[in-house]
Design a protein around this ligand. Structure first.
Ligand code: UDP
Length: 299
């Protein structure tokens, strides 16, 4: 890779070298682990990467006078709100270690801003990012059995898995399946650019913003849209509810729309279209069919 250095954020010496070699105006901090189930099995691993890693990054940033940060947080900090749309003022009660690592990192950011008002920090609470880059070259390649809906649907469509299990169809929703706020990854990326611009406009302290579309979509609506764009049938099995799942969770995107002058542009059809474009060009993700049998890896 040319001109790119890779350093684990927990490697303070390595990070120090990066900051000593280049003057950064701001940092967008995406580094972290994100599988909810794995965080339940391996909480210390999650606290180490997501919390200890963030502390080290903040220490090195402060030491080099770089005090502008955009942080990848998550709607998981809200847990299961009683109603939607969910605004940034909703109670923060995460249900699992993953969500707690994001909340703790947010609290650390709020505390360092209170201790030193030179910091300007935007915490972006992602809802459900899906889709892929429209080129078809960049997409998600989860390791092992996907936890999330869209990568699972994609693997069924390309024939890697026989069927999708729907986690409950007895919710009090239009078709009985769970409702979420899916956002195209390109819209999400543009939300980060808008957040960065905001950081350079004026000092904004430490503030959280939802990144979502403000619209709720059911599991069945996703499956139908995916079948339509791909022309593939997604066989369904109705299973029990997944423990800890919210019935309905979608964002109020009003704060980011108002203050960033940003708005998600893409709808469900485009999310499924770009997901399918990536999937059909790369049915085995970044690996070849043979290498996935031996070693799964994620990007
Ligand atoms: N879901 C499902 N089958 C799957 C994976 C997910 O029915 O194999 C449902 C899940 O119950 C939820 C929605 O799809 O209603 C989105 O789940 P995901 O794990 O992608 O996101 P999260 O629940 O973390 O918002």
């Amino acid at each position: 890779m040319c001109g790119v250095s890779m350093v684990d954020i927990r490697d303070k010496g390595g990070l120090e070298k990066v900051f000593a070699s280049t003057r950064f105006d701001a940092v967008v901090h995406f580094a972290g682990l994100k599988a909810v189930g794995e965080s339940v099995q391996k909480p210390l691993l999650y606290y180490d990467h997501n919390v200890a890693g963030t502390i080290i990054l903040l220490e090195v940033m402060a030491a080099h006078g770089c005090k502008k940060l955009v942080f990848s947080s998550s709607a998981a900090v809200y847990g299961s709100p009683k109603n939607s749309p969910c605004t940034e003022e909703f109670p923060l009660t995460p249900h699992n270690p993953y969500g707690r690592t994001k909340l703790i990192a947010e609290e650390i950011c709020r505390d360092i801003y209170h201790s030193d008002s030179e910091w300007s920090i935007i915490l972006l609470r992602y809802f459900n990012p899906v889709g892929a880059h429209p080129s078809g070259y960049l997409g998600e390649d989860p390791c092992g059995i996907p936890n999330n809906l869209m990568p699972f649907v994609q693997q069924v469509a390309v024939g890697r898995r026989p069927s999708l299990t729907i986690f409950g169809n007895d919710y009090a929703t239009k078709d009985g399946t769970g409702i979420r706020d899916y956002i195209h990854v390109v819209d999400l990326a543009e939300g980060h650019i808008a957040a960065l611009r905001k950081l350079f406009e004026r000092s904004i302290g430490c503030q959280a913003y939802n990144l979502g579309t403000g619209k709720g979509t059911s599991v069945l609506e996703i499956v139908n849209a995916f079948e339509k764009v791909s022309g593939k049938k997604i066989p369904l099995v109705i299973g029990p509810r997944r423990p800890g799942d919210a019935e309905i969770l979608f964002s109020s995107a009003a704060k980011a729309e108002r203050e960033f002058k940003w708005k998600a542009k893409y709808g469900i059809e485009e999310m499924c279209r770009d997901q399918w474009n990536w999937a059909s060009k790369n049915p085995f993700g970044y690996a070849s069919p043979d290498s996935t049998k031996q070693n799964g890896h994620s990007h």
